[in-house]
Design a protein around this ligand. Structure first.
Ligand code: SF4
Length: 428
């Protein structure tokens, strides 16, 4: 079959690693159904926006992307799926944007290829699914869990994703073995509430059980957890990470606030003391571990004093990277009725301050790597201009270095030699 005649599609994903995994799945299904993917910026017959609704900014981004696709091809079929296409109110907003032809809820995402196959004339052929479409060969995202049983007062996710559900152990192992067999060097486990994996399975299992089995698979690859809530970082998980060189020494653990009163208002199930102890235990057991985090600024009730406590706490914890979010009021959440304490100007200023603290702490972490040998997964594209190769350490620091192209797609030792604000370099 001439692939030029295949109807073309382009998918744009906004949001978390779970959405990225689901994008991969939709791409795979569409390709196998006879559609052909195009690159960013190319005109397509079908545009799919895999949306997120975690903040107002995410909603706005989705609407902007839809409008861009409509401008690119007013006759294209625009499909919006994901968390922003869940609630009746949001669906009404989306349906009113010119060009939006189809809204698909999360639960029906896996039927998109079937729906579109019925609308377009596609001829299934034996063309093999091209892996580069659904994950680069270096890194594969695997969704192992969906939904969340927590009720953080600011979060809309449980309202649109539902209660926690785990994928079965055998299914996950089979998919991961397949990716490793195809040459994947890094497996990133993703979930909406990853740490809850296995709790709903019978018999009940834990994320540490799954990791133990994954770490036992032969091959040149490593495993990374995308993000884990603090109360799921158990001693068992820490001990396993400490004893398995295959598991990246990196944990992304959302803190959200460094003030106990705000944490309580957020309905987060831990105190700053719990958090500090958990980080302390991890650092003691896993030398060199990097911990990255998320912090929300401007949550209702956060005044200047509570923000100052957050800054002091973050400084004390010294994460190697911070994602700072401005609080976004989400309809249907408990916090939607809380009274705001900060003006928009305050929130902007807090975001600036914390972001700048984050940069300082990132630099401090990188300084600690100077002279050390780090294992780097070499990515495929050399840097334009210098031809330098680059990749991430297991502690999630991007490093540039000169090496033969044969190093691409391998995990290689790199000694860190140069560190400045914009670039970390090493010798391979
Ligand atoms: S843990 Fe809290 S913030 Fe994360 S998805 Fe669940 S409710 Fe939302």
């Amino acid at each position: 079959m001439n692939s030029r005649k295949r109807p073309t599609f382009y998918i744009k994903t906004v949001g978390c690693k779970v959405n990225q995994y689901e994008e991969a799945l939709i791409k795979r299904q569409l390709t196998e159904a006879g559609f052909s993917g195009v690159r960013a910026g190319e005109r397509a017959d079908i545009y799919i926006v895999n949306s997120c609704t975690v903040t107002h900014k995410a909603d706005r981004d989705v609407r902007r992307i839809v409008r861009g696709f409509y401008r690119q091809n007013p006759h294209g079929r625009i499909v919006v799926t994901g968390c922003y296409a869940e609630s009746d109110e949001d669906r009404k907003t989306l349906a009113g944007i010119p060009g939006v032809g189809l809204l698909v809820r999360n639960a029906e995402k896996i039927s998109i290829a079937d729906i579109l196959s019925g609308e377009f004339s596609v001829i299934k052929d034996n063309e093999k699914y091209c892996h580069s479409l659904h994950h680069d060969r270096d890194r594969s995202f695997i969704k192992i869990q969906d939904g969340c049983d927590n009720r953080c007062s600011y979060c809309k996710v449980p309202l649109v994703r539902g209660l926690s559900r785990s994928r079965g152990f055998d299914e996950i192992m089979a998919e991961i073995r397949e990716f490793i067999g195809e040459g994947s060097r890094e497996i990133v486990l993703a979930g909406i509430c990853l740490g809850a994996w296995g709790r709903d399975l019978s018999p009940r299992q834990s994320i540490a059980d799954l990791l133990r089995h994954l770490a036992g698979i032969e091959g040149d690859f490593r495993i990374r957890l995308s993000s884990i809530e603090p109360h799921y970082v158990t001693q068992c998980l820490i001990d396993l990470m400490a004893s398995s060189p295959k598991i990246c020494r990196h944990l992304h653990i959302p803190l959200q606030s460094g003030d106990d009163n705000i944490l309580r208002l957020m309905n987060r199930p831990y105190t700053t003391d719990d958090f500090k102890k958990m980080i302390g235990r991890s650092r003691k057991a896993i030398p060199g571990i990097a911990f990255t985090t998320d912090v929300i600024v401007g949550f209702p009730g956060e005044d200047a004093a509570s923000f100052a406590r957050t800054c002091a706490f973050v400084k004390e914890l010294a994460p190697s990277r911070i994602h700072v979010f401005s609080y976004s009021r989400r309809q249907g959440t408990a916090a939607a009725s809380f009274k705001k304490a900060a003006t928009a100007g305050d929130v902007k200023e807090r975001q600036k301050q914390l972001t700048s603290l984050g940069r300082e702490l990132a630099l401090k972490f990188a300084e600690g790597l100077r002279g050390k040998k780090e294992m780097v997964l070499v990515e495929s594209r050399p840097e334009t201009g210098t031809g330098a190769l680059s990749g991430y350490t297991d502690t999630y620091v991007k490093v540039f270095f000169k090496a033969p192209r044969s190093a691409i797609h391998h995990i290689v030792p790199v000694v860190i030699t140069e560190i400045d604000r914009s670039r970390i370099a090493g010798v391979c």
